[in-house]
Design a protein around this ligand. Structure first.
Ligand code: IPE
Ligand code: IPE
Ligand code: MG
Length: 250
């Protein structure tokens, strides 16, 4: 893979001044993709993994700093046990198979969510891949695993309240920065762009605080059918959006 983001940006026809720093993706539609083919939902998740590979590479190529992928929500634990188990197996496989490429491409793996709820073998693979890539500076691949925005906010409140009770934080001095520093995404810029595949017009408990001013793009394409070409088209359209942040610009 090219390690020349400027060249890749030009080749893709993107505006180098309008590349988002942080892209967040709700990877939805694996089940529908499989259903359309009269296949088991799990095969849709398997095909979805191929798209993950392609989009991780495409993001790295053009120098995205943070790519957050919604892989498993707190609500997804309520799916049939066989599907949850299959997803966990796929996740463990992914964490192993992509290790080498992440190291080569200077990608740092991070996970956000209640990862303590994951099965031990998945947690072990996760820790190993995180450890191996910990020093990488190229791009953060942020996997949302057992992630829920409301849980994240609840845990943030608990940790700030605990510090306040111990006298370490004065409630009067709590700012938006204090809140951001107690979320799973501490130290990361907020997403500039949020993409959801499969057409659903909802946020499904994803990054509730962090998406405050992200640009939203919803495509009808099912996640296993999503391609690098469509991704770059969305990035082009993002470049044409006017981000006002509540202000009057002209
Ligand atoms: C997204 O695809 C993957 C996960 C939520 C793990 P879905 O499994 O939600 O696919 P649909 O929405 O049923 O098509
Ligand atoms: C959101 O998709 C979660 C992930 C992509 C991991 P869901 O399929 O779980 O969301 P809903 O049920 O359509 O809101
Ligand atoms: Mg879905």
């Amino acid at each position: 893979m090219s390690s020349d983001p400027a060249g890749a940006i030009a080749a893709a026809g993107l505006d180098p001044e309008r590349i988002p720093r942080h892209v967040a993706v709700i990877m939805d539609g694996n089940g529908r993709w499989a259903k359309k083919r009269l296949m088991n939902r799990v095969l849709g998740h398997e095909q979805g993994m191929e798209t993950v590979r392609e989009i991780v590479r495409a993001s790295r190529e053009i120098g995205i700093s943070v790519l957050t992928l919604y892989a498993f929500s707190t609500e997804n634990w309520a799916r049939p046990k066989a599907e949850v188990m299959a997803l966990m197996t796929l996740l463990r496989r992914f964490l192993k198979s992509e290790r080498q490429e992440m190291v080569q491409n200077h990608i740092r793996l991070n996970a956000i969510g209640q990862t303590e709820r994951l099965p031990k073998d998945v947690r072990d693979s996760l820790d190993e891949t995180k450890g191996l890539t910990a020093e990488n500076q190229g791009m953060v691949l942020n996997l949302s695993l057992s992630y829920g925005g409301r849980t994240e906010i609840t845990e943030m409140v608990q940790s700030i309240a605990r510090k306040a009770a111990k006298g370490e934080i004065d409630p009067e001095t709590i700012t938006e920065e204090t809140v951001a520093d107690h979320l799973y995404t501490k130290g990361m810029p907020d997403p500039d762009l949020m993409i959801r595949t499969s057409g659903e017009m909802r946020i499904s408990n994803f990054l509730l605080w962090q998406l405050a001013y992200a640009e939203f793009f919803i495509t009808e394409t099912l996640w296993p059918d999503f391609t690098k070409e469509e991704y770059y088209d969305i990035l082009k359209a993002y470049g044409r959006r006017e981000r006002r942040f509540g202000k009057v610009l002209r």
